[in-house]
Design a binder for this molecule. Structure first.
Ligand code: PMP
Ligand code: GLN
Length: 392
């Protein structure tokens, strides 16, 4: 910023609300990928377009005049369409008027949920590796994040005994994410049972990030927290149409929670966005009439996963199991012993492939020489990336 009358004195901001936070690793790697013309298998977004029919429905909504504020909670047809979908898939009936709120993507829903529930000094359990917005959200609410590692020797499953041991009288919330970014692990039936025991014993709240709900492979179901009555009664369940409809740039998501929790959620929601893009909501509401796009998503991405894994097996990377999401972890022990951030940078600059190192998903930077690839890309992008990875 420059201004002719601006004082030469440096602006003093004082102590930061988020002293340890920099630019996210996704942005850093995408910028570097653009600078080096690398194949971007880093940041999680499809490099193909969303369905033209969905675009037409949104365009039509604009032509029809849906261009002013939507209702604070989101438009009724979309909330009802979401309620019907969840009831069909998980047998849980949310009241569309009192228990579902449309948000500006999952990120806003997560921050809003945390700000609504977490009071200064409350503890919030975060399972690591963790999506990057969880801990900053807790810190902004004045809460104390308590990080519990996933068991990386057992496919990044949750170690429920460790979770139970981390609970104290100050524990307010447990943040869950299945299917899991960055590891691609999913909840098994016994995870839901273990969670029920924990919630039954301790009465904590749950924030379930289920943005990859429709990307679960090998015939497994998505085990939503909403599929358990005990859990749903204590949970805010968050999802995003960005993943489901290949429209990450639209930033439309939602939060489902019992009325008492939704009341608190909306108190915050109305002051951090008030309402969300109106024509997108109208278009998505109509698009949801046809379940084929979201029900077909798992097969669509499973074919990409398999293509990518076949290619990766011809390289010196070793893929770890991937049961859901459009991410797969790979170790590079056979290639290098460099720290993951250094290796990912070198892979990008010298070999022209962007990935995401795993250590930024841990508060203390745990590094077992693993990086994340996103296979939610066109087949030609995957082939180009694999050709380059084969030379690493
Ligand atoms: N949670 C997880 C696990 C994610 O991977 C992402 C984004 N990729 C989000 C939340 C944020 O979703 P949105 O873009 O809808 O804010
Ligand atoms: N969720 C996406 C990922 O994990 C990125 C979203 C973002 O850039 N904030 O790559």
């Amino acid at each position: 910023m420059t201004h002719s009358t601006r004082s030469a004195r440096a602006t003093v901001v004082g102590p930061s609300r988020l002293p340890d936070v920099g630019v996210t690793i996704f942005t850093v790697m995408s910028q570097l990928a653009a600078e080096h013309d690398a194949v971007n298998l880093g940041q999680g977004f499809p490099d193909f377009d969303c369905d033209p029919r969905l675009q037409q429905l949104v365009t039509r909504a604009m032509a029809d005049g849906d261009n002013q504020y939507a209702p604070m909670a989101g438009i009724a047809p979309l909330r009802h369409a979401i309620a019907a979908k969840i009831e069909r898939l998980h047998g849980c009936r949310y009241d569309a008027d009192q228990e579902i709120t449309i948000t500006a993507g999952a990120t806003q829903a997560i921050l809003t949920a945390v700000l609504a529930l977490v009071r200064p000094g409350d503890e919030v359990i975060v399972l690591e590796p963790a999506y990057d917005s969880y801990v900053p959200s807790v810190l902004l609410a004045g809460g104390n994040p308590v990080c519990v590692p996933l068991d990386h020797d057992r496919g990044y499953r949750v170690d429920w005994e460790r979770v139970a041991a981390a609970i104290t009288p100050r524990t307010r919330l447990l943040i869950l994410n299945s299917p899991h970014n960055p590891t691609g692990s999913i909840f098994a039936a016994e995870d839901i049972r273990a969670l029920e025991q924990i919630v039954g014993a301790h009465g904590i709240f749950l924030l379930a990030d289920e943005v990859y709900e429709h990307i679960v492979f090998d015939g497994e179901p998505h085990r939503s927290v909403a599929s358990s009555a005990e859990l749903a009664a204590r949970a805010l369940v968050v999802s995003s149409f960005g993943k489901t409809f290949h429209s990450t740039g639209w930033k439309i998501g939602y939060c489902c929670a019992p009325a008492a929790l939704t009341t608190e959620f909306r108190k915050v929601h109305q002051f951090n966005v008030f309402a969300v893009n109106h024509p997108m909501q109208s278009g998505i509401a109509r698009y949801l009439d046809d379940p084929a796009p979201y029900l077909g998503l798992a097969a669509f991405y499973q074919a990409k996963r398999d293509r990518f894994l076949t290619g990766l097996s011809r390289t010196r990377f070793q893929a770890l199991p991937c049961q859901g999401t459009y991410f797969v972890l790979a170790n590079y022990h056979a290639i290098s012993s460099e720290p993951d951030a250094q290796f990912a940078r070198r892979l990008l600059i010298e070999h022209g492939v962007a990935s995401i190192p795993l250590s930024p998903f841990y508060q203390r930077g745990f590094d077992n020489r693993v990086i994340r690839f996103c296979f939610g890309k066109r087949d030609q992008t995957l082939t180009a990336g694999l050709d380059r990875l084969a030379r690493a």
